[in-house]
Design a protein around this ligand. Structure first.
Ligand SMILES: Cc1ncc(COP(=O)(O)O)c(C=O)c1O
Length: 359
């Protein structure tokens, strides 16, 4: 018997999600470079590659180090690398595997350039462009002058343009999501055309969230998608209209530990199992798979507050429930291992090798 709370993974659903994503992207000539921040597991990164991914995307250098150690040989590090120590670690990684990263500042590019020269290497880089979230990326109207500035730095080779259009998550209607995906692809293609018309050779157009990649026909023209969340699915994917609860592969299994009043019950999972991330459904911390009429309305660190109509729903102490989380990408990072099931039967334990690797 597995001890709750634990993270449960339905392998068939996950495999179906991977196959669906890969085939949609393939139909549109887009390579799949899944973002592994969602699972942080070497086993799952390798599975994604077996099922069609060309390489993987990591957010952090330490994640990439773990993946490389585990045998992954093609990585996009989709995060600005700042600091001499990190640039040196990056150089050490670049000696072992094929790796590319992004730049969006002259200072960042200078740091990478110095590390490349010091180590006798050339780093392939993508220029990150701000789609509108203002999280990273240079402004589109500064692209050409920025590219010229960093092209002059030794040890760097500009290979691509890159954007992350996370603003797409504000939309819940297919037409809006499709339009946002088209705009994302258009920004990348326009950026490539501008640079190529000015003597650069841009090979990669890197974009793609789970929402935009679900409508891969709208991304037609970009060369790679970094969708990550799709592998598990969560309330964000459901609220975006691309998944139903049946497509969600990852849940948190928790036990009813107290029923202080009729209609009030408490689970043994709180923010330390689910995080406090909210989704588009106000005041909900996840969907109870067994019965969506039971609401998970509040979390303490180790307690989940359930509310339900005792005339219609009966819960008992010791009963186990599965929660589809609001945001699956934050859940795997909370545990050392997750438990995988096939046709309802326990199948294997999957290690979260890059858990806590945020540096
Ligand atoms: C740079 C980057 N690329 C790709 C992704 C994957 O997007 P999604 O979570 O929609 O799959 C993320 C997610 O945060 C990201 O930050």
């Amino acid at each position: 018997m597995l001890t709750t709370p634990y993270v449960a993974l339905e392998l068939e659903i996950m495999e179906q999600n991977i196959r669906g994503m890969v085939s949609g992207l393939r139909r549109n000539n887009i390579q799949h470079w899944p973002h592994i921040k969602t699972h942080k597991s070497v086993r799952l990164a390798k599975l994604e590659q077996q099922l069609g991914a060309s390489g993987i995307t990591c957010a952090k250098l330490s994640e990439a180090e773990v993946m490389a150690e585990g045998g992954i040989t093609s990585i996009l590090l989709a995060y600005p690398l700042i600091g001499e120590d990190k640039c040196q670690r990056y150089a050490e990684l670049a000696r072992k595997i094929s790796i590319r990263t992004i730049v969006d500042s002259v200072a960042g590019a200078q740091g990478l350039s110095q590390a490349a020269v010091k180590n006798g290497l050339e780093f392939a880089i993508d220029i990150a462009i701000d789609f509108g979230a203002h999280r990273e990326g240079i402004q589109p109207d500064q692209l050409l002058s920025f590219a010229r500035d960093i092209a002059a730095l030794p040890g760097l080779k500009i290979k691509g343009v890159f954007t992350y259009a996370g603003t797409i998550y504000q939309y819940h209607e297919e037409a809006d999501i499709r339009r946002a995906a088209r705009e994302e692809a258009a920004l990348l293609m326009k950026s490539r055309d501008l640079l190529n018309a000015n003597g650069f050779t841009i090979e990669t157009l890197s974009g793609g969230s789970t929402l935009s990649s679900f409508y891969a026909d709208e991304l037609n023209g970009i060369t790679e998608s970094r969708a990550g969340n799709f592998i598990f699915g969560d309330m964000n994917a459901i609220n975006g209209g691309i998944y139903t609860p049946e497509n969600c592969a990852l849940t948190i299994c928790a036990t009813v530990v107290s029923i202080p009043l009729p209609g009030y019950a408490t689970l043994d999972a709180g923010t330390k199992s689910l995080t406090s991330d909210l989704s588009a459904t106000p005041g909900s911390y996840g969907l109870i798979q067994e019965n969506p009429d039971i609401a998970l309305v509040k979390l303490n660190e180790e307690h989940g507050y359930l509310r339900y109509d005792p005339e219609k729903v009966s819960l008992t102490i010791g009963e186990q429930l599965h929660i589809i989380p609001n945001h699956c990408c934050v859940v795997a990072n909370l545990v050392d291992e997750i438990y995988a099931f096939r046709q309802g039967e326990f199948s294997e334990t999957i290690a979260i090798n890059a858990r806590g690797k945020s540096y």
